[in-house]
Design a protein around this ligand. Structure first.
Ligand code: XMP
Length: 326
């Protein structure tokens, strides 16, 4: 019968047999899959593993610290962080089209990942033990889905860490290949990973870059990050995380509306709340959140986040609306 301890022991033995004394690299996204995959591999081969985390500046509040501090403290994984925030902002300057943003983010991500990878490869070669393996957090549903079918991947050009180009110089290590998401979470808990990472709801690879309708700028990212943090905090406080699949918070940067705050007229931007309930993200319904929770979120965002004078609720199911706005 299924138990997370057995699965870990089984995978550890399998990884040790596959990897031997070889060196291994793994990209961390801040999400649960790559975090659990890397933790199992670390348990199996220790410091033969090095993880790469690209901070593209499109992360949510505290996510980098959760990886750099909490995750590293709980696993002992060796981590290299690439600070690519400027690089991404420069590449995204002047771009509003969603597909173009996705392409640019995907391209820059690969660029910065490969630059970090190159340095590690050189270092490993100097040690006489080349890097031969790449960890991927592929889950069972990913395996099934890539065998055909019409996923959302056909509608939007998906980017995520697992979507790195198949680097032929590396052999893949995929310890989660037979598992479902809830099983991955159970294993993450068994391995003692931080709850913020283990319980994290889906978050797209292009991050906040596709939650700003309009051009992505440092200023807009800061506004959205603050609004998103408030929404997440209040949803968690109200005990609603279990009911919600995810709740994108979107900044309509190209839309302005008139408001009144204090005794002055404002001309600010709306924030959209997009809480959805879903089994697998292929279809979704908008979550009927309690009015008092919506009210709390709205009040806090308009009071605490500069340039926001309106909060609106997205009441569209999928289809016809996708979960993300871009
Ligand atoms: P949509 O917006 O297509 O999203 O209804 C379905 C699910 O996929 C997530 N999503 C992404 N995940 N890279 C990802 O890893 C992406 O480029 C991407 N785009 C959307 C979205 O958050 C939802 O869970």
């Amino acid at each position: 019968d299924w138990n997370s301890g057995n699965v870990i022991a089984e995978q550890v033995a399998k990884i040790q047999a596959q990897v031997g004394t070889g060196r291994v690299i793994c990209g961390l996204s801040g999400g649960v899959d790559s975090a659990v995959a890397a933790a199992i591999v670390h348990k199996a081969v220790g410091d033969q593993l090095v993880c790469i985390f690209v901070d593209h500046g499109l992360l949510r509040k505290d996510e980098r610290e959760q990886v750099e501090t909490d995750y590293v403290a709980s696993t002992g994984v060796r981590l290299v962080t690439v600070d690519a925030r400027e690089q991404f902002l420069t590449a995204l300057a002047g771009v509003s089209d969603p597909e173009q943003k996705r392409k640019i983010i995907g391209r820059e991500f690969i660029r910065s990942f490969e630059a970090a990878e190159k340095a590690l490869i050189a270092e490993a070669e100097a040690d006489g033990e080349p890097i031969r393996f790449l960890v991927q957090g592929t889950l069972y549903p990913d395996v099934v889905e890539s065998g055909g079918g019409t996923g959302t991947a056909n509608i939007k050009s998906h980017h995520n860490v697992g979507g790195l180009p198949e680097d032929l110089q590396f052999e893949l290590v995929e310890p989660l290949r037979t598992l479902f998401k809830d099983e991955v979470r159970a294993i993450g808990r068994e391995l003692g990973l931080p709850e913020v990472i283990v319980a994290r709801q889906p978050f797209p690879g292009p991050g906040l870059g596709i939650r700003i309708v309009g051009e992505v700028t440092a200023d807009r990212l800061e506004i959205l990050r603050d609004a998103d943090a408030i929404a997440r905090e209040e949803l968690t406080r109200a005990g609603l995380d279990g009911e919600i699949w995810q709740c994108p918070v979107v900044l309509l940067a190209d839309v302005r509306s008139v408001g009144v705050q204090g005794d002055g007229r404002t001309y600010g931007h709306p924030i959209v709340l997009r809480p959805v309930s879903s089994e697998d993200a292929m279809t979704a319904d908008w979550t009927r959140l309690p009015y008092d929770v919506l009210s709390k979120i709205s009040n806090r965002i308009t009071n605490e986040v500069r340039d926001i004078n309106r909060v609106v609720l997205d009441v569209t199911s999928k289809p016809p609306g996708t979960i993300e706005w871009e």
